[in-house]
Ligand binder design. Structure first.
Ligand code: USQ
Length: 406
């Protein structure tokens, strides 16, 4: 297939592009390189040294003989350019990762809130609008988030996207309906993914677009089979307080002797998936496209759930790291249970990579190798969810004073 990977320079986009290319697909990365600009804005860098996208694709060609094409396009701003590219290239499938994906970044200031909403919602809408306008029946696979559901399972497992409900009619009978699971976003970023869901629902119904939405949990790990093939194919690895996600952060913190930064009691339960499974799920979703006229196909892309403090304790036992229980910069439930259904990917052949010491140790080894690149002052998460919370988070676990909101 000819596949466009929108956001193919990012943390999941890059290993996905490599994986799809390795499977023999013709891969075109479309990216505005915004993630690299945000690194510059924040004054941070990937733990792993990353080459330019052009250099990465050159090495991929050198190692495998396969070509990955790169096109510098901003989906959210360059509507006509995007439409023109799609009309000319007519890909069979489109994988859409091209959104600002960090909750703390989206909460940093009013400017960051505006940027995240404008970028994410416009990018998705421009894409859908262009597909209809040029009459392109490409299968669209979007990377969504488990966060659209909120994280409370009210004693029942979270279904894959849709919830059957009974509504009492005027005549007193019960009419059954299947609705999108009620959205319950916990950040501006997560809210944009909820808005995406409505855009997808409308365009699938009105224009018959074929759309798959993947509600992904927190990704951990760094290498996939393809990124391991050459030092310059390495994936990015974020450890900073805005873009680093919890398990990868704990692993790098353990590697450099920094106390593990648990927010609050660490009673938050979240869904997780290893990066290798994440790229495999994209491949499986591409093979299982909906028909024209179908409702949006929704998968829960996760393999296990864990409580944050259990992860910290496990890593502490494994490495001897200290644990710091910090004031939580986020407005979120202190404790929650989470049960999630994920039978669809299992039925398609996903064989989950669960948390096991070997893979955790691999991340610690990567972190130790590149520890010299870590700026310890960028580890604390200081993006506060509300103005009331901001003054409460002014110390980092090493006791130095921090600016509460930068
Ligand atoms: N947390 C800590 N300590 C840290 C970092 C985070 O205790 O040092 C806690 C947070 O307070 C939160 C949980 O860990 O309760 C998860 O935080 P996270 O930063 O790992 O994940 P999140 O902000 O939810 O976002 C990440 C990705 C996002 C994706 C989402 C999936 O950045 O793109 O959509 O995970 S999910 O969490 O299932 O919604």
């Amino acid at each position: 297939m000819k596949i466009a990977v929108l956001g193919g320079d990012g943390f999941v986009g890059w290993p996905t592009s490599l994986h799809l290319s390795a499977q023999g697909h013709e891969v075109h990365i479309i990216d505005n390189l915004s993630r690299r600009w945000i690194d510059t804005e924040l004054g941070v860098q990937s733990l792993t040294p990353m080459d330019s996208i052009q250099e990465r694709t050159r090495i991929w060609h050198q190692e495998t003989g396969r070509r990955i094409h790169f096109h510098l396009i901003d989906l959210a701003r360059d509507y006509e350019v995007l439409k023109g590219w799609l009309a000319e290239q007519r890909p069979d499938a489109i994988v859409h990762f091209a959104e600002q994906r960090a909750a703390p970044y989206s909460m940093k200031s009013d400017r960051h809130k505006n940027y995240t909403v404008n970028n994410n919602v416009n990018a998705t809408h421009n894409l859908l609008n262009a597909l209809v306008e040029i009459g392109l029946d490409a299968h669209l696979v979007h990377l969504g988030t488990m966060g659209v559901y909120g994280y409370s399972s009210v004693g029942a497992a979270i279904p894959e996207g849709y919830l059957p409900v009974g509504v009492e009619t005027l005549s007193g009978e019960t009419a059954t309906q299947e609705i999108l699971y009620p959205s319950n976003p916990g950040s501006i970023y997560h809210m944009t993914k909820c808005l995406d869901q409505l855009l997808f629902q409308y365009y699938a119904k009105n224009d018959g677009l074929r759309i798959t939405d993947l509600h992904q949990g927190i990704v951990w790990g760094t290498h996939t089979a393809e990124t391991r093939q050459h030092a310059q194919l390495v994936n990015r690895f974020d450890y900073d307080g805005d873009y680093g996600t919890v398990l990868n952060r704990f692993l790098i913190q353990a590697a450099i002797g920094y106390p593990l930064t648990v927010h609050g009691t660490g009673g938050q339960t979240r869904a997780f998936i290893h990066i290798q499974d994440s790229v495999r799920c994209i491949e499986l979703a591409l093979k299982s496209a909906p028909e024209r006229g179908d409702q949006v196909k929704i998968f829960n892309q996760m393999t296990e759930t864990h409580r944050v403090r259990d992860l910290a304790e496990m890593i502490s036992r494994m490495t001897g790291a200290e644990i710091a229980y910090l004031p939580n910069p986020r407005k979120e439930a202190a404790e929650n249970d989470l049960v999630v259904r994920n039978e669809q990917f299992l039925a398609l052949g996903l064989n989950p990579t669960t948390l096991e010491e070997g893979l955790l140790a691999e991340v610690v080894d990567v972190a130790k190798k590149f520890a010299y690149r870590v700026d310890r002052s960028r580890i604390p998460s200081v993006s506060a969810w509300t103005k009331d919370i901001a003054p409460t988070i002014e110390r980092d676990p090493e006791g130095k004073r921090l600016k509460s909101v930068s």
